[in-house]
Design a protein around this ligand. Structure first.
Ligand SMILES: [Zn+2]
Length: 478
């Protein structure tokens, strides 16, 4: 498996630390609102990574967090807490907001056929809540303070970015450059030493004196900063260093930079060997934003009559490191592609003698390795999907008797497991429909055109489309 490691800016062959298990951590959502399609793309991407690793024979241990505390409106240390903002907006408690949007998120993941994380068993849904790991976060702060990597003010405990020699290695931004860029930023805590020092713990003081989520700590009642939870969850569940850390490109500069810094300072070793970052989704070639009215969530897609799988396929058709331009037309095209894949899968129900013989068998032997090879080349899923196209041609006249099991196994392992697209759930047509197809074929052969057309129309009303081939009639779903 070759992956593009943001840390070294190059393609690298994956060498897992422990050859038996690949440890993967994926930054999850902040549950103060529904996940937008840009967020969903990140989770589809990390799911593709998991599936490609598993298809390559690796055992994967994956953990994903749910941020239910401490994420401020700016990713740095300014502004309101996102959960508190959600609670004010909806007239609920922060806990109710977190629970509601966590449930909505887990439901989105199921609908998109994203495998639940398997490295954290405490929660039945598998997602690690930041609030489940307050103790580990406090232990890490103790280590940072005792190692002189952090300092305490009246308002917060800050990580001192000047103390870590390679701070900013991931973004390759020098601290001096960042200082110039941030000159105009408001520093709300006058005792903060450097504008890029970031809070690992906020006290119930100043801006946050009425913050509703808080826990006791050796330094006073408060709540953890956003970046700390990921480092703490990784330490407690997977153990650092891990093999692969994933997230959106927007995390490189601040969130992932700070995650790395905390772990290196607290434990003296790296957080992750490989860092993978997925690009943004654009909507109609523009950045998605609520104010532009081009901000979509999964519910919008379903309300427009598209399936979650269509959106999944749209994401798979673009490489994770390129921007994906979402338009309703592009989603409609992906939906049509899904229908044609479904029609291909439906061919397993019909056999026509003498067709799709040796060519089909050869192709089916060859395809899985070609698809896996593409997936192992920095997750080139668009190429893996493109490998399927010869099947359309070979199978156009149906399947040879006896090859159904072989084909079903391919659909299950190579399309279901690798792409997360389930084509096997559609059932065979009814006996009555099969009977109608046979009657219509007989009518057509004896040139009883009226009866033939009536039967064809009746089947079409049931969503069955007929196509006549030299050896017989083939149906597909509309
Ligand atoms: Zn994170």
């Amino acid at each position: 498996m070759k992956l593009y490691n943001t840390l070294n800016r190059k393609l690298e062959v994956l060498h897992p630390i422990n050859k038996d298990v690949v440890k993967v951590y994926s930054c999850g959502p902040t549950v103060y609102n529904y996940a937008h399609i840009g967020n969903l793309r990140a989770f589809i991407f990390s799911d593709c990574l998991r599936r490609a690793l598993e298809a390559s024979g690796h055992t994967v241990k994956q953990v994903m967090n749910i941020t239910d505390v401490g994420h401020l409106v700016s990713d740095a240390d300014d502004g309101e807490d996102k959960l508190e903002t959600g609670a004010t907006r909806e007239g609920k408690t922060v806990w109710e907001v977190a629970e509601h949007y966590t449930e909505a998120f887990v439901s989105d993941m199921k609908q998109l056929n994203i495998l639940p994380p398997n490295g954290y068993k405490i929660r039945p849904d598998g997602y690690a809540r930041a609030t489940d790991f307050i103790d580990t976060q406090i232990i890490m702060i103790e280590k940072l303070l005792s190692g002189d990597y952090a300092y305490i003010t009246e308002q917060a405990i800050y990580f001192d970015v000047t103390k870590l020699a390679n701070y900013g290695a991931l973004s390759r931004q020098k601290l001096a450059d960042k200082e110039v860029a941030s000159r105009d930023e408001v520093v709300s805590d006058p005792d903060k030493k450097h504008p890029f020092d970031f809070a690992v713990w906020f006290f119930l003081a100043g801006h946050f004196q009425n913050h509703s989520m808080h826990w006791p700590s050796p330094w006073g009642e408060g709540f953890p900063g956003w970046h700390l939870e990921c480092s703490a969850i990784i330490h407690a569940t997977l153990g650092d260093p891990i093999d692969i850390h994933t997230g959106g490109v927007d995390h490189i500069g601040t969130h992932h930079t700070n995650e790395m810094a905390q772990t290196e300072a607290a434990f003296g070793h790296a957080l992750s060997n490989v860092w993978l970052h997925n690009e943004f989704i654009l909507v109609d070639s523009k950045k998605m934003s609520k104010s532009s009215g081009n901000f979509y969530v999964l519910k919008d897609i379903i309300e427009r009559g598209f399936s979650p799988s269509s959106f999944r396929l749209l994401c798979l058709q673009a490489h994770y490191r390129s921007q994906l331009n979402f338009t309703w037309d592009s989603l409609a095209a992906a939906s049509n592609r899904l229908k044609s894949l479904q029609a291909l899968a439906d061919l397993r129900y019909q056999t026509t003698p003498g067709y799709a013989g040796e060519t089909f068998i050869t192709l089916l032997k060859d395809l899985p390795s070609r698809m896996l090879h593409a997936a192992q080349d920095d997750l080139n899923i668009p190429q893996a999907l493109a490998e399927l196209s010869p099947l359309d041609i070979v199978l156009v006249d149906g399947l040879k008797e006896g090859d159904r099991l072989l084909f079903e196994n391919f659909l299950d392992k190579c399309i279901g497991d690798l792409f997360g697209i389930d084509l096997l759930s559609s059932s065979d047509i009814t006996e009555q429909q099969k009977d109608s197809i046979a009657k219509r074929e007989a009518a057509r052969k004896s040139k009883q055109w009226q009866q033939s057309d009536e039967l064809r129309d009746s089947l079409l009303e049931q969503g069955i489309v007929l196509r006549d081939t030299p050896t017989g009639t083939i149906w597909s779903r509309e």
